[in-house]
Ligand binder design. Structure first.
Ligand SMILES: *Cc1c(COP(=O)(O)O)cnc(C)c1O
Length: 415
C-alpha cells in the first residue's frame, strides 16, 4: 500500500544553491508529486488544505455514478446491494491505514467533529464516573472547548484548561481527579506538535482517558494510534483528507475499549441488529456501536473517493513531502524576506510541527484577501496570524516559490 514516490535525498543531483533551482531539480525527480494534476485546483495555489482541500478531478463522475447508476436504479435497495450500509466501516478501515490502526476500530458515522467529540467525551466520562475533572488544552480548537464545557455541565464535572507543559504538570499532580484529558497532536493556530505517545502514557499512569482530536494531523502526520495506546480519538474529514465541504468526521475506539464504551448517541445504526426494530437499545459489539443514524451517503462517497491517492502514497511519504514543502517555503522566505521569517510563530524545527506554518502579520485578513486575488489561497486567524498549509498531494515547490513571491509583494504593499 505504501509506495516510495520520491527518490532518497542522497541520490538527488545537487542543483544550484538558489531555492528556485533546487525546486526545479527536485520536482524533476519526483514522479508522483511532479505536478498538482488529478485535482480541480482551478489554477490556484491551495495553501489552505488544513481548512478545505480542493476536489479530485474524478469526483463528479463518482457522484454521477452513485446517483444514476445506484440510487435511481435500485432506490432503497442501494443500502444493501451497493455497499452503502458498509461505507462508514469501509472508510473507517481506509482511515485506519493512515492513522496507524488495525482495521475494525474506526467508523465514520456521518456526524460532525463536534458531535463526534461530544459522543467520545461523554463515553470517556462514563468510563470514569468518580472523577470530577475534564482536562482540556487551552489552545484547543474552539468547538472542543465549547463541547467540553457542555459535557461538563451535563454530567456535573468541571473543566480545567491548561496549556503546554502546564497540561502535563496538571496530569502529574492532579491526574487521579481527571476523568478525561482532551488534546490535539497539532495546534490549529501555530502548527506546534504535542507528542501523542508521552501525553497518552501520562494519562494512563494516573488512570485518565486520553481523548485526541486529530483534525489537523489526519492525512499529513503519522499518529500511530495503536502503537501509542490511544484511548479515544476523533477527527475531521474535510481538511487534509479532502473529503469536501462538511465531510463527516471519524471516531476511533480501540478493540480493548469497544465492549466497555457507553456512547450517548445511541441511534439505531449503532444497534446490534438495526433492522430488527427492537424497542430497546443493544449496542453493536464492535466499532459499529459508534454509528448513529442513517449516514449522509453522498458525503461518504465523496470522502471515500478522496482517500485513494492518500492511501496510495502512504502516510510516511505524505508527511515527508509536506515537511519538504514547508522547509522550502522557509528557505525562500529566508532569502527574500528574512524580516517575515522573524515573524514565524510555528516551531522552526520541522520535527516539532504539523503540516502548516503560521506567520504573525498585522492586517492578516487583508493579506489573505490580497493573496487570494493573486491566486494564492491561504487563511488568516484573528488577530494577526496567516496560516500556510502544505498538503502533499496538490502543492508543488514551484507553487510554494510563487506564494512566497506574492506574499513578499503583498506585505510590502501593505506597509
Ligand atoms: C476543524 C476542526 C474541527 C471541526 O469541527 P466540525 O464540527 O467538523 O466543524 C474540530 N476540531 C478541530 C481540532 C479542528 O481542527
Amino acid at each position: 500500500m505504501t509506495t516510495q514516490p520520491e527518490s532518497s535525498t542522497s541520490t538527488r543531483p545537487t542543483g544550484g544553491d538558489h531555492p528556485q533551482d533546487k525546486a526545479r531539480c527536485r520536482e524533476g525527480l519526483d514522479p508522483f508529486f511532479s505536478s498538482a494534476h488529478g485535482f480541480a485546483t482551478d489554477g490556484k495555489v491551495h495553501l489552505n488544505g488544513n481548512s478545505l482541500g480542493p476536489p479530485r478531478d474524478g469526483l463528479t463522475g463518482e457522484l454521477e455514478n452513485v446517483v444514476h447508476g445506484q440510487w435511481s436504479a435500485r432506490q432503497v435497495q442501494g443500502w444493501f446491494r451497493d455497499g452503502w450500509l458498509d461505507l462508514p466501516r469501509t472508510i473507517g478501515d481506509k482511515l485506519a491505514a493512515l492513522l496507524g490502526a488495525a482495521p475494525g476500530q474506526i467508523v465514520v458515522a456521518g456526524e460532525t467533529t463536534s458531535t463526534t467529540l461530544f459522543n467520545a467525551l461523554i463515553a470517556a466520562c462514563r468510563l470514569r464516573e468518580d472523577r470530577p475533572v475534564l482536562l482540556v488544552e487551552t489552545s484547543s480548537f474552539p468547538t472542543d472547548l465549547y463541547i467540553a464545557d457542555s459535557v461538563a455541565r451535563l454530567l456535573g464535572r468541571q473543566v480545567v484548561t491548561e496549556s503546554g507543559g502546564g497540561f502535563d504538570l496538571f496530569l502529574q499532580e492532579n491526574g487521579t481527579r481527571v476523568a478525561a484529558a482532551v488534546a490535539a497532536p497539532v495546534d490549529f493556530r501555530t502548527g506546534e506538535r504535542r507528542g501523542i505517545g508521552p501525553t497518552t502514557a501520562l494519562c494512563h499512569a494516573v488512570g485518565s482517558i486520553s481523548v485526541w482530536d486529530l483534525s489537523h494531523a489526519t492525512g499529513v502526520l503519522p499518529v500511530d494510534l495503536d502503537a501509542n495506546d490511544v484511548d479515544l480519538a476523533v477527527g475531521c474529514g474535510y481538511k487534509y483528507l479532502g473529503g469536501g465541504p462538511g465531510a463527516p468526521a471519524f471516531l476511533y475506539v480501540p478493540f480493548r475499549l469497544q465492549q466497555a464504551v457507553d456512547l450517548p448517541l445511541s441511534g439505531w445504526h449503532g444497534h446490534a441488529r438495526p433492522f430488527a426494530m427492537s424497542p430497546t437499545f443493544e449496542p453493536a459489539s464492535g466499532i459499529d456501536r459508534g454509528r448513529t443514524g442513517t449516514p449522509p451517503l453522498l458525503s461518504l462517497v465523496a470522502l471515500n473517493h478522496a482517500l485513494d491517492p492518500l492511501l496510495h502514497v502512504g502516510i510516511h511519504a505524505l508527511h515527508r513531502r509536506s515537511r519538504e514543502l514547508a522547509e522550502f517555503f522557509l528557505e525562500c522566505l529566508e532569502l527574500s524576506r528574512p524580516d517575515l521569517l522573524e515573524q514565524l510563530v510555528s516551531p522552526r524545527d520541522a520535527d516539532r510541527r504539523g503540516g502548516h506554518l503560521a506567520l504573525r502579520i498585522p492586517g492578516a485578513e487583508g493579506v489573505e484577501e490580497a493573496l487570494a486575488e493573486r491566486g494564492v489561497l491561504v487563511d488568516s486567524r484573528p488577530p494577526d496570524l496567516v496560516r500556510f498549509a502544505f498538503a502533499p498531494l496538490y502543492v508543488t515547490r514551484e507553487q510554494v516559490r510563487h506564494a512566497v513571491h506574492h506574499l513578499s509583494d503583498v506585505v510590502k504593499e501593505a506597509r
